[in-house]
Design a binder for this molecule. Sequence first.
Ligand SMILES: O=C(O)CCC(=O)C(=O)O
Length: 266
Amino acid sequence: MWLRCPARDLTTWAGSLPRLLSGSLRGVILDGLLPPEVALRLVGRLQQDRTLPRIPVGGQLIGESLGLSLDRAVGPHQDDYLSSARTLHERLSTLTTGRSLDTLLAAALSMMARPMPVSLAEARGLPRAPLVFRRLPRGGCIPPHAELEQLARRPYDGFREQLDDTTLLSFFICLQQPASGGVLRVHELSWSDYDRSADRGGHSQPAAQLRGVSHTDRLLKTGSLVVFDGGRWFHEVTPVIGEQERWTAGGFLARRCSGDGVLYWS
Ligand SMILES: O=C(O)CCC(=O)C(=O)O
């Protein structure tokens, strides 16, 4: 089950995050968290930005993140995670006039998590990145995956112990929708039903197991925030069609393993 409502209907979505963690809710979409004109102005600034590291999505895939996410802090980027997080924090404070995007996000996540407290995760006493920006131009996509697969990877050494491994929730704010494609597709294949013997190099290969499995497409709007159970459920972003780039800003959430609150990071 998904919950979708205008962001201004606080009473409808406040306190919905514990239901996402328990699995009784699959996703929450808050439309209009960010006014579309604010989101599009932000995209204009990001397109010109030369301060944030640009990290290719990897393999043969088209697209990049602005800011280094924890999962991509491997190979040549292995030691860059915290310095990229610092640059991102500095840049977030200047990207918008008035309330910064991370302040708005923190307020929405806190409201959603009630009565649980939400905190930005830290590493060595320093704040992790709250989000990264993701740019998918024409042909760009994110192939099917489930976020729980991240936990076993090396960048999570020293961090995974803080997290309850029941699920990792995905969140992102849509900053610009493409003219067509770039759809969030959620498959009816769960991480627990997936046969991991297909994995290669620590990455899931669900294509064969997804054959014949149904899916639901979630059509999002510029300015919407989506928080969904991307940890337990395979999902993807379909290829972007047309010249208009798809831009999102997102990261992950999990319950602390101590049970007393929720952490988020990117
Ligand atoms: O559209 C995005 O920014 C990412 C979609 C996704 O795979 C996720 O949020 O887990």
